[in-house]
Structures are given as C-alpha cells and as structure tokens.
Design a protein around this ligand. Sequence first.
Ligand code: NAD
Length: 257
Amino acid sequence: MTGDLVGRTAIVTGGAQGIGEGAARALHAEGAAVVIADVRTAEGNNLAATLGERARFVELDVRDAKAWSHVVAEAQSAYGRVDVLVNSAGIAPVAPFAEYREEAFRQVLDVNVMGLFHGITAVAPEMRRVGGGSIINIGSIGGFRAFPLMTGYVTSKWAVRGFTNAAALELGADGIRVNAIHPGQINTPMTDGADFDTAHVALKRVGQPADIAGAVLFLASDSSRFITGEDLVVDGGDLAGTANWTSVPDQNGRSGD
Ligand SMILES: NC(=O)c1ccc[n+]([C@@H]2O[C@H](COP(=O)([O-])OP(=O)(O)OC[C@H]3O[C@@H](n4cnc5c(N)ncnc54)[C@H](O)[C@@H]3O)[C@@H](O)[C@H]2O)c1
C-alpha cells in the first residue's frame, strides 16, 4: 500500500461485482473510504461487510438522479468528502440489429451513458468544494472497434469517450479530472459463458478485474495529476492485434504472398 489514497473517499458504481468490485477492493486496500453503489443489494452489502471499516453499500440505480443525491449525501455524511468517482455500472445486451427494440436500445444508453451524466452532475459540486477530484469512466474497447450483435453497447461506449473528453474540458478549471479506462476481454459475471477470443491478443489471455484495478488506482491518485480527458486502453494488446492481415510481410516489408 502506498497510502496515496488515505483520507480520500471513492464512490464506485457497479461496485458489487466484476470490474467495479475489483476497483472497490483496490481503492480500499490503498486506504480510501469506499462507497459501493449498485442495484445488487445483497452482493454490495456483503462486499462492504467483507471490507469492513471505511466501506459501505448504498443502493443506486445510476439512471436515477435522486438516488445519486442520496449516495453523495451518504458519502459526505460518513466520510466528509468525495474525491473519486468510478463509473463501472454497465449493461451489455446482445441482439441482432434487426431485432433490437427501441426500448432496449434506450435502456443501454440510459445506464451506460446517462448514468455517467447523473453521476458527474451529482459529484462535481462536492469535488469542487474540496478543491478537485478524479472521475474514472469505464468504457470498453467496444468504443474503438465494433462488436457484432451489440449496436446499443458499442454506441454507448463510443459515447463514453466523447462524454469523458467534454467533461474533462469543462471541469478541469475546478481541478476535477475526468478520464476513461477501456477494458478488453475481462472475466466477470457480465462475460460469464462468453466465447473469449484471445488468439489476436498480444498477451494471449483474458483479463481479470485486478488487471483493471491498477489503472483505476493510477487515475485515482495524484500520480496522474496532469492527466485528464484521456482514454486508457487496458486490454492486454487486444486492439493492437486487431489488424486482420491476409498475408504476412517478411522482414523487409515485402508481402509474403
Ligand atoms: N467484462 C468485460 O469484458 C468488459 C469489457 C469492457 C468493458 N466492460 C465494462 O466494464 C463495466 C463493468 O463491467 P463488468 O464486466 O464488471 O460487468 P458486471 O455485470 O459483472 O458488473 C456490472 C455491475 O453493474 C451493476 N449495474 C448494472 N446496471 C446498473 C444500474 N442501472 N445501476 C447501478 N448498477 C448497475 C450490476 O448490478 C453489476 O454489479 C461495464 O461498464 C462494462 O461495460 C466490461
């Protein structure tokens, strides 16, 4: 533990499981007080109890602006301040474009994009009050490259990049940094049963939530104090291996055909 985050308070949405849980555990281990905010009350309460001191669960549907006010008020009254917000709550419905219902499309945008809007709107005044903060939006490599059968998800994750950039520009003057982490294929309940494809991935493996947590700690801490509006891809070299070569050049750059 570096102690970098001692005295800081972090809110982690989607913190009850998966990448959010990994982030909550890591932030807590580095000394931060952690507010786990999620719709999964049983898992969230269990995690808070496991972490013990400096951890609590507050029920939150990220689409609900009122519930957001409650989360920030709870963090404020329990720990006196809010320094970090990790927006990890997300959904990833799979459906062919032709069968995508309007309601389902709106729902993924509501959770994955409007959730960020409500979150930043809720925490920014509190961060401003304490002289700054760090907001970390969990996007996806789907925000750089489309996945089949996930139009809503891919649209939402491209939006995360635009939103992150725009919010960083606006909030920078208040010392509030806004960055995005874009995970690759990560083993979580969301991807349970997924057919992972690591053949093109540089590191030849699927990631774990702990692989994302290091990036969260970096962006949450003062080590990243001059970084804002940034897209940090944490994918083991998944995007790096995306190029679909039909023939492999030799060492002189000549085509191997
Ligand atoms: N797992 C991957 O391979 C992967 C890859 C790239 C990006 N991501 C992104 O990382 C984030 C976390 O994904 P994960 O794999 O941990 O998923 P997960 O399903 O394991 O966890 C997501 C959490 O978000 C919560 N959640 C969902 N809707 C919510 C809502 N309306 N309000 C509050 N909480 C809500 C869930 O209850 C759950 O605890 C998501 O934004 C996801 O898109 C995941």
